[in-house]
Each structure stands twice: as C-alpha cells, then as structure tokens.
Design a protein around this ligand. Structure first.
Ligand code: AMP
Length: 210
C-alpha cells in the first residue's frame, strides 16, 4: 500500500492514517507530526518552522521536502498524511518516487464542509502520552486512565484564526491536487462526515483492501 491521504484540516486524515497503518503495517508518515517533533526538539530548524506552524501557514517547500524525504526511504508500504500540500510538492514527490523506482497506488481525498471542520478542530485535543486525538464533546479524553494518562493538549494552530487561515490555504493550494491526481487516474473521494468506522471502510474500499 502506497497512498496519499488528501483532505482539509479536521477531516480526520491523521485518525484514518493511523487506523490504516495499524491494520496493515504500513508506515504512517505525517509531515505535521514531523514538524511538531522538530519544534519540540528546540533545534534551529524547529525554531524556523514554528513561526509558520503557529500562524497556520505552510512551511516553505524546500524545507518541508528536505524534512519529509528521509522518511520515505526503505519503507515499502506507506500512507502520506499532510504531504503533498501543493503542486510543487506533488512534483517533488513524483520525482522522489521515480528515483526510488516506485509508483503511487492511490490518492484518497477526504471531503467535509468548512463549518463542520472548524467545529471539529476547535474541540480537538491530543494526548501528549500516546498521540491519540480526542474531541472535548464527541470523544472526550479519559479521566485517570492508565492507558492514556495525557496531558491532553490543544494545538497552537487550533485557534479559530489559524484554522480559518489553514482552510483557506487548503482550498487555494491543496484542493487543486485532486485534479492533479484525477489526471493520473489515481483519485478517489470519501465523505469524511460519516462515522469514523464508515470512513475507514470507504478508504479501504478505495484502495482495494478490506
Ligand atoms: P498538519 O498537522 O498536517 O495540519 O500540519 C501542521 C503544520 O505543519 C502546517 O500548518 C504547516 O505549518 C506544517 N506542514 C505540515 N505539512 C506541510 C507541508 N506538506 N507543507 C508545508 N507545511 C507543512
């Protein structure tokens, strides 16, 4: 399995990617997680990318491509979550795959209306202990659980202003990638507003697995 998950922030790309990875052993490569890990490390690169992250802006292509590429090496099954985000990144990915002599199986786009996404994202909390994602109303973080002790953190870029900025960038720069992959006959679309299990089922169906 070599697939890209496309979709706006809050459409559940991260959740679905980890479920698929768990199910079939593919490597879940999230450029957002790579960026946050770099910020947490306190490195110079982390300081540089933090400004973009906190505003909800995209990190410059050259930087994110350098950060992303090493994660592709050696893995024969993977799910890309958050990369590519624009046409120049998609072309860089095509070149990297050419160099490695491998082909992409599918680009699956998760679709949902903006207003629902804003509601989802502003209630989102992530466990610092396990990385698991919760929602204050729909899937509240556990209290006093040894499986997931937390703490449960709101991301710096999950403020309403940064969320709206990220959604605008998605529509302007990332959504056109649906056409990019459609032209290569690789696109499938899935309704991301369904129950989590139904979304997983549709994604698996789209990539020819169950
Ligand atoms: P995400 O968790 O995918 O929403 O990513 C969080 C932040 O990391 C984004 O708002 C960007 O600042 C940065 N980032 C992640 N992936 C990319 C990418 N492919 N291109 C540029 N910036 C990215």
């Amino acid at each position: 399995m070599k697939i890209i998950l496309l979709g706006p922030q809050g459409s559940g790309k991260g959740t679905q990617a980890s479920r698929l990875a768990e199910k079939n052993g593919a490597k879940h490569i999230s450029t957002g997680d790579i960026v946050r890990a770099e910020i947490k490390s306190g490195s110079d690169l982390g300081k540089k990318v933090q400004e973009y992250n906190d505003r909800g802006d995209l990190v410059p292509d050259e930087t994110i491509i350098e950060m992303f590429k090493p994660h592709l090496d050696g893995a024969d099954a993977w799910i890309l979550d958050g990369f590519p985000r624009n046409e120049s990144q998609a072309k860089a990915l095509d070149e990297a795959l050419d160099e490695l002599g491998i082909t992409l199986d599918k680009a699956v786009a998760l679709e949902a209306p903006d207003d629902d996404l804003v509601a989802r994202l502003s209630g989102r909390r992530q466990s610092e202990a396990t990385g698991k994602i919760y929602h204050v109303e729909h899937d509240p973080p556990p209290e006093n659980s040894s499986d997931d002790p937390g703490p449960f953190i709101q991301r710096d870029d999950d403020t309403e202003e940064a969320i709206r900025n990220r959604l605008n960038i998605y529509h302007e720069q990332t959504e056109p990638l649906k056409d990019y992959y459609e032209r290569q006959n690789l696109l499938a679309t899935v309704d991301a507003m369904q129950e989590i299990d139904a979304v997983t089922k549709d994604v698996l169906g789209a990539v020819g697995e169950r």
